[in-house]
Design a protein around this ligand. Sequence first.
Ligand SMILES: C[S@@+](CC[C@H](N)C(=O)[O-])C[C@H]1O[C@@H](n2cnc3c(N)ncnc32)[C@H](O)[C@@H]1O
Length: 245
Amino acid sequence: MSAQYDQIGEKVADWDVLPVRSEYIEGHTFFKALGSVEERNVLDLACGDGLYTRQLKARGANRVVGVDISEEMIGGARRYEEAQRLGIEYHVSDVADMAPLGVFDCVTAVYLLHYANSPEHLLRMCRNIHAHVKPGGRFVTYSFNPGFSAKGPNSTRYGITMLDFPESPREGQAISAELHTKTPFTIHFSYWSRATYEQALREAGFRQLTWMSPECSPEGIARYGRAFWQDYLDNPHAVALRCER
Ligand SMILES: C[S@@+](CC[C@H](N)C(=O)[O-])C[C@H]1O[C@@H](n2cnc3c(N)ncnc32)[C@H](O)[C@@H]1O
């Protein structure tokens, strides 16, 4: 399922410019959930071409490491690094099988956990994530919203359409979403409920789990107005989750 990004490649970068993905919603909510990374060591999982990995460095993180299953996406991240050296290390691996890379103050993952293809795969990911977080550290993830409702507004005008989303999704059900970029593309992942994520994270050893709904930044409201965002905020396609070790 995750090799799909070898085909998607640079099309992902077109998606980066959509308002919902930028500092107006996604980046704003993710970095708020994460807190300061200044002088911290951070491992960014499912880093793709390094959009957030570079931002972590720009926010003053110390050692920054990015991991992604897709050679193609890591190739893109390394090209950015060659063009402007920030000192970020990148590795190709499935998070579930990742070799030890050290322990980090924070581990992050923007759009990872819903790519788990079974509860066992999800648990292996969570165990490996936990092993990379130092005691007292945190794992912050931003991924598909298990509470997304087929009856609520779809997020098409924000750049993403959930395709044939079921009214009562089953655990592990295949879900597809179309991303409306210059060259549109479709992604495929699995539906997991909050309870399934929480069970895997707790079994892996995380203590306190805090779900956080997306919020719009003051800049997003100033640029588009509060009303523009309401449908999205009423039925967001993604949510943040902070896990303390
Ligand atoms: C939507 S992209 C997000 C990339 C980046 N976090 C961002 O927000 O720009 C999802 C990424 O997850 C990666 N991925 C999916 N399953 C993975 C796994 N099991 N281990 C590591 N990376 C995975 C994909 O290759 C893809 O690059």
